[in-house]
Ligand binder design. Structure first.
Ligand code: MN
Length: 234
């Protein structure tokens, strides 16, 4: 535990932890500075860092977090105790595997072209989080409600749709039904994203005809494997 950036750097100087949860808004040495220092030190360069913050994040700040390889960005209001625990568990257990995989991946990974992903999500913070996870590898299109999502799909012809279930006016189920009824759109795979992570939901959602299912907070590694499976059957 450290109550500010300065304390955090002192702690890390004694013992390098297996993972770190970092707030961005702190007096004097803020989270951005802590992250920069961690990444510039060989001992902590690959330390998994989960950003947990209430801060509204600008595009520039998001780019900075990406460049500095954060494990995940979580907005404080979006996560409960269980969600945070599972995020930390995934960070501690899965990260080494992720790194190896990334390292072993040859340059020029044989993906034909950059797939276009349409994200339909009404919560701007969640939108930003998902975008941050995708931006390097995918062309991202955004829609904040179901109707404009359908319109974007008609005009942009995305390779994949990530669809929030809980949307104003038209919910995700209605959006999916519309997509599946339209000849020009029905082939597009749709992955449901939902905040509800209760037992039985997964089956209920998949039985509706979605191609995949992700619960919030969206885990970066799971997002990628789900997209790969849906797009390429791998
Ligand atoms: Mn929503």
């Amino acid at each position: 535990m450290a109550r500010n950036g300065k304390e955090a750097m002192e702690e890390i100087g004694h013992v390098v932890p297996d993972a770190m949860i970092l707030d961005l808004m702190m007096p004097e040495v803020d989270g951005f500075s802590v992250l920069r220092m961690i990444r510039s030190d060989e001992k902590t360069a690959s330390l998994p860092v989960l950003i947990l913050t209430a801060k509204h994040i600008t595009k520039e700040e998001l780019a900075f977090l990406k460049v500095n390889h954060i494990y995940q960005l979580i907005q404080k209001g979006d996560i409960g105790r269980t969600g945070l625990l599972s995020a930390v568990k995934a960070m501690v257990s899965g990260d080494r595997e992720t790194k190896t995989k990334v390292a072993e991946k040859p340059p020029g990974h044989p993906v034909r072209g950059k797939p276009t992903v349409l994200i339909v999500e009404d919560n701007p913070d969640n939108m930003m989080t998902i975008k941050a996870l995708l931006l390097d590898r995918y062309t991202v299109i955004e829609a904040a409600d179901g109707m404009s999502g359908i319109q974007q799909a008609r005009t942009q012809n995305p390779d994949l749709i990530l669809l929030d279930i809980s949307l104003p006016e038209m919910d995700g189920y209605q959006v999916l039904d519309t997509i599946r009824k339209e000849e020009a759109l029905q082939h597009i795979p749709v992955i449901a994203i939902t905040a509800k992570a209760m037992k039985g939901d997964r089956e209920e959602i998949l039985s509706h005809g979605f191609d995949g299912y992700l619960s919030k907070p969206v885990d970066g590694q799971l997002l990628e494997t789900t997209i790969q499976r849906v797009l390429y059957g791998t």
